[in-house]
Design a protein around this ligand. Structure first.
Ligand SMILES: *Cc1c(COP(=O)(O)O)cnc(C)c1O
Length: 481
């Protein structure tokens, strides 16, 4: 399978080229030229997650050896459940697929665990050295550090806003003890952190240092197709699980409800549908940063009237949702995509035509959810015995308000333990407490366990102590290299 740029390409790339060097020409993203198809036999054949994953990856005909794929998929053995992604029945027509049973307790592990292994194998094979730069608001950082920890031929520099993450998220980063990884707290907010990263990529001193040391740059964010490919698998798994449990008959269409930020998870669902999975609608759940809801409902993507609002579901506090571009490309082609994205970059907005909006609506519907609404759903389901995090709650709002006739699979994208202070506000009282206290109180009151990897964080030695101002980041990274 070959990959082409969403804004046009002269040259098609292989999978390995597209993931090592994810920036496509003219600022675009690499997308598959065509998708494989799956049928009833395929969807009903596999009863364990790794076998299904291997079969899906083989369908994509990527240029990665079986040995490397097996090694990457073996990392799902580290997840704390045999199913990897358990699917729980919550209502007669609602199922929750939990994507957070990996080492950092959020859905980023689903893709980053195997992706890190594949990328490091490729770098080794080519005898090249790569630097992965990451700016994180909380979940991507820990998952990136975890997957590349002590990997050969890869170095990671990960920046986080000093006071912008939860305690658990920060501790997951600053207790990492790996020679090839540097964690840098930045005095400022997530925007400062991300802007610094962008500046760094244009700095001549920085580029020269990389050249001298013969280090190439790559990225592990969800513009990298190497993450998206692993995010098609669990959508197929969810459907197969409903079949196995006799909840649906083959061919019956379901909706999937996706708490969305950068649109990687939803894009995986869109590809799965295009491959032949019987999905009716992909439901985009947003928080009050509802640019995606507007986009689906009206075809207008408008950043000029918006500023980013901090919410209790911070992993979805995003206005420029990168992977939407891949949907535009798939539906309207490279010329139109380049035109729309150029308008977004120049004027801060674009508008789809009525025909185009109708095409988007064939696959997507969308809702947004405020923190207060989310807290109410968290409370309601806690009473029924299911504890969910703030991101998952946005999916419940979609379920409750859209009244679909289909069975629905909603994705739970983080374990509650990652956002315990917000759950404390929803379930105990409207007061700001630290993660440790919130974890203890909630776990006792609701009789839910806290996994060891979260408990241990509070006892672990802090190994990454660097906290600097924006201006000093470049120097820190160069010293590390
Ligand atoms: C990253 C993340 C999301 C958003 O996923 P996208 O693929 O970026 O849309 C939602 N919830 C949690 C907990 C996340 O970490």
């Amino acid at each position: 399978m070959k990959f082409i740029g969403t804004r046009g390409t002269e040259e098609k790339k292989s999978f390995s080229q597209a993931i090592l060097n994810p920036a496509a020409p003219k600022g675009g993203l690499y997308s598959p030229e065509s998708l494989p198809s799956i049928d009833e036999e395929f969807i009903t054949k596999y009863t364990d997650y790794k076998s299904l994953a291997k079969a899906v990856l083989k369908k994509f005909e990527i240029d990665i050896s079986d040995e490397s794929l097996d090694k990457a998929l073996k990392l799902y053995d580290k997840f704390d459940t045999k199913d990897v992604v358990p699917v729980e029945k919550i209502e007669d027509d609602l199922f929750i697929a939990e994507l957070w049973h990996g080492p950092t307790r959020a859905f980023k592990d689903m893709a980053l665990q195997p992706f890190g292994s594949v990328l490091s194998d490729l770098a080794k094979e080519k005898n090249e050295n790569y630097l992965i730069l990451a700016a994180t608001s909380g979940d991507t950082g820990p998952a990136t550090l975890e997957t590349f920890r002590d990997k050969e031929n890869i170095k990671v520099a990960c920046m986080y806003p000093e006071n912008g993450t939860s305690d658990v998220q920060r501790l997951q980063m600053v207790t990492i003890d790996a020679k090839n990884e540097k964690v840098i707290g930045v005095k400022g907010n997530f925007d400062d952190t991300q802007n610094t990263l962008k500046k760094l990529l244009n700095s001549e001193t920085f580029k020269n240092t990389l050249k001298e040391k013969d280090i190439k740059l790559s990225a592990a964010n969800s513009v990298n197709f190497g993450r998206i490919i692993f995010q098609t698998i669990y959508h197929i798994w969810g459907y197969a699980k409903l079949l196995q449990n006799n909840e649906i008959k083959f061919g019956e269409k379901i909706d999937i409800i996706v708490p969305s930020g950068n649109f990687g998870n939803a894009l995986g669902g869109y590809y799965a549908k295009k491959m032949g999975l019987p999905i009716d609608k992909i439901v985009i759940a947003s928080n009050i940063n509802n640019v995606l809801t507007e986009w689906v409902n009206s075809g207008v993507y408008d950043l000029t009237t918006k500023h980013l609002i901090k919410t209790a579901s911070p992993a979805m506090d995003i206005l420029k949702s990168s992977n939407v571009e891949r949907v535009l490309f798939d539906k309207f082609g490279a010329v139109r995509t380049a035109e729309l994205m150029e308008s977004l970059e120049k004027n801060g907005k674009y508008s789809l035509t009525d025909d185009e909006v109708a095409k988007i609506k064939e696959d997507f519907i969308a809702t947004s959810c405020s923190d207060e609404e989310g807290f109410e759903y968290i409370k309601e389901y806690a009473k029924k015995g299911y504890i969910m995090d703030t991101h998952t709650a946005t999916a419940i709002k979609a379920y409750k308000t859209l009244n679909s006739q289909n069975k629905q699979v909603a994705y739970s994208t983080a374990e509650w333990t990652k956002f315990a202070p917000s759950l404390y506000r929803a379930l105990i009282e409207d007061k700001q407490v630290h993660d440790k206290e919130a974890l203890e109180v909630i776990s006792q009151k609701y009789n839910v366990s806290i996994p060891n990897m979260v408990k241990e964080l509070f006892e672990k030695e802090i190994t990454q102590k660097t906290v600097v101002s924006k201006e000093e980041i470049e120097k820190e990274i160069i010293n590390f290299l």
